[in-house]
Write a protein that binds this ligand. Structure first.
Ligand code: PMP
Length: 384
């Protein structure tokens, strides 16, 4: 039987999304493709809650989306601050530096997030404040709303890496006045990997237009893509570089499914699912990486192996029919595992994953209270 994929992206996807992928590729100038592309752009705006934002959908992964944000906003010599809560904060800092920025990383002890006051202390002269919403290496969540307000107070452009949050955590781009929110197709949005999705505010576009030097990347330049996105939204054909047509069709479907559920309803579902997993970790007497529940993401869990258990657990869970992920943070990679709980993630998948982990742990000799308590705890939390 096909295993259940419970990693923090790619995630399980809806059958309608799979069907969209399986169609023969259309011309990128086909009227039906143009309609779907235009609709996907409109739906991205709805999911990001950015009625005034400019969406970009470009073939590439989340890292390209990060680089698009940076390449278009940063000029050599600019100062940038990263509210760094793990591996992807470090990646953002690296990308900023590659594009010529002087970067201050405001970090926190592993498992927690920097306070607004700590970030405030680094903001002098900052042009771009980059915030990882949820860092997939730690399952820690930054307080985007408060940090975005800080960025605005200091006249900085605010960039949010929402790769592990858009569609799963509350994030109101316009209401919170965030300049760029970026994500990738394979996470809570529920499409396969392969699309970088970026929404830029009008202020971000104005900052890009006011640049003194050219954007260093030809492919990532807003100038390359803005006319294309505008054309597709106006339901007109236009070419810059061949779009990933099947992925765009799949994205359009996944956004439809998400919006039919409703964004607030999806956010609430992620909260409930995360609580069910937390109940299971507690029943198993396992410790999570996030040190405080306020910092703990709803889109994935990161959990330390108990004593006597190591990364062999991931393989043992796979034998039980569920795919989970090992650790990613360079300091403690071999000491913890991660479970993604993004997207539609029905109760059956939660219980399947918890059951597989509980059985695999027991098989490896770890069963603090016999077997079955974790599934019962998750079930009770789902029903609460
Ligand atoms: N940022 C975050 C928070 C992520 O979780 C990831 C992917 N796990 C990325 C950026 C990079 O995305 P990709 O792997 O699609 O390039």
């Amino acid at each position: 039987m096909r295993p259940l994929v419970m990693i923090p992206g790619p995630i399980e996807i809806d059958d309608a999304v799979v069907r969209a992928l399986g169609r023969p590729p259309k011309s990128h100038l086909d009227p039906e493709l143009i309609e779907r592309f235009g609709r996907a752009l409109e739906r991205v705006r709805q999911v990001f809650q950015a009625p005034k934002g400019q969406p970009f959908i470009v073939a590439g992964s989340g890292t390209l989306a990060m680089e698009m944000a940076v390449a278009n906003l940063i000029e050599p010599g600019d100062r940038a601050v990263v509210a760094d809560i793990g591996y992807f904060g470090a990646r953002m800092a690296e990308i900023l530096e590659r594009h010529g920025a002087t970067v201050t990383r405001v970090t926190a002890t592993l498992g927690s997030a920097p306070s607004v006051a700590e970030v405030a202390g680094a903001m002098a002269g900052c042009k771009v404040l980059a915030i990882t919403h949820v860092d997939t290496s730690t399952a820690v969540r930054n307080d985007v709303r408060a940090l975005a307000a800080l960025g605005r107070e200091n006249g900085a452009l605010v960039v949010v890496d929402g790769v592990c949050s858009v569609g799963g955590e509350e994030l109101l781009q316009d209401a919170w006045d965030v300049d760029v929110v970026l994500t990738a197709s394979q996470k809570a949005i529920g499409a396969p990997p392969g699309l970088a999705i970026v929404v830029a505010s009008q202020r971000a576009l104005a900052a890009w237009r006011a640049r003194k030097c050219k954007v260093a990347s030809y492919y990532a330049d807003f100038a390359s893509w803005l006319p294309i996105m505008e054309a597709y939204e106006a339901r007109k054909p236009k070419y810059f570089a061949t779009p990933a047509v099947n992925l765009v069709e799949a994205l359009d479907e996944s956004l439809r499914v998400l919006l039919e559920d409703g964004v607030p309803q999806r956010i609430e579902r992620h909260r409930r699912t995360a609580n069910a997993f937390r109940a299971a970790w507690k029943a198993l007497e396992l410790t999570q990486l996030p040190t405080r529940v306020e910092h703990a993401a709803h889109t994935l869990s990161a959990v330390y192996y108990p004593s006597g258990i190591d990364a062999a657990l991931v393989g043992a869970v796979r034998k039980e029919g569920v795919v989970i992920a090992g650790g990613l943070h360079p300091e403690i990679g071999g000491k913890y595992f991660r479970v993604g709980h993004m997207g539609a993630c029905p109760a059956a998948d939660v219980l399947n994953a918890v059951g597989a982990i509980e059985r695999a742990l027991a098989g490896l000799g770890y069963k603090p209270h016999g077997v079955g308590r974790a599934v019962a705890a998750a079930q009770a939390a789902l029903f609460a």
